[in-house]
Design a protein around this ligand. Sequence first.
Ligand code: UT7
Length: 371
Amino acid sequence: MSPFAHITGWGMTIPERVLTNHEISKMVDTTDEWIRERTGIRERRIASEDQTTASLAVEAALKALRVANLSPSELNLIIVSTSSPEHIFPATASLVQDAIGATHAGAFDLLAACTGFIYALDLAAQSIRSGSINNALVIGSETLSRFTNWNDRTTCILFGDGAGAFVLQSSEEPGGILSAVLRSDGSGGDLLSLPAGGSRHPASLDTIHKGMHFIHMNGREVYRFATRVMAQATREATEKAGLKIEDLALIIPHQANRRIIEAAARSLEIPLERCVINIDRYGNTSTASIPIATIEAVESGCLKRGDRVVFVGFGGGLTWGAVTVQWSGPILPKRKVYPKSYQIWVKIRSHVRRLIRTIEGIIWGSNFPEG
Ligand code: UT7
């Protein structure tokens, strides 16, 4: 029988800087009341200058590994889901791999906008269930504040920064990731996009002048799409797991707009209390929103071992999807997985590898045949 993929560790990072609606109302023509009524958001967190998508991801990852009692070197795979990567390449996941010293892991980024964490969870779970790997790290990390047009009141009120990470591990014990539904409709790609900086519109004075490096969104259309797919994907994933909506302890939706979550709850005929909502404090942290909401549910005692839940998300692409999970927890006994000095050693290791590469370059470079 194929093994099961359990979520055995979790960690989140939220920048300290709080940006309130009141502060935004001094930047654009909006009010605290409008933002609260239309979105449910009261405040969001903004990354400091020295925080990046990778640095938030690293912090969340180390916390998750500590909960799982797993050492970074025991990881086989790292997936970073993000729409605000450090660069087009190298992958943010490779930077995270180096920073945490995951010396035996493959690493790549996954881009499915706000649905990315759902996609990444399913991919990691499939790799574990196939028997090809044992331990995976899935991270959703965003610094969308860097791509927000702070003069555009239709988008700048929505987004916030943050990261959440899960460790997934193989076990013969039934449970963990039970089912997944992944969907896309690229015909709606223009409804939510960051048009420039890629191969279609490489960076130029013109793209900068036109503000094409900022998030562009048709809010009304995204809203209509979201209210249609959230309940539908939740039902499909639940049925695929052989469960009924009544069997779910909680639904943990992507935090984009409180009204979208309310509409999904109505459509599923469940009380809103069964949906985890923390959008009031963090805004829309895109692919990080589901792990952050999950971790807060675990830490407040709302999500317990054995509970069955659905994570459901939607976003640019267009993409949407849902995953059914039987919540697990650590499967390894408590042990010191990395000492306090670990991070220093990992940094030294990285510098030494760079130095060796430079020396090799000098030696081999001089012997390189002239073209
Ligand atoms: O992760 C996925 C990311 N995106 C989403 O999930 C977004 C989904 N969409 C939404 O959440 C909502 O559509 C918004 C919150 C973006 C907008 O709320 P809405 O109730 O759909 O407003 P609307 O776009 O229909 O605009 C209503 C009015 C417009 O004025 P007029 O044309 O009626 O005079 C807007 O110009 O509200 C105006 N408006 C604002 N007013 C004050 C738009 N943004 C603001 C604002 N403050 N920040």
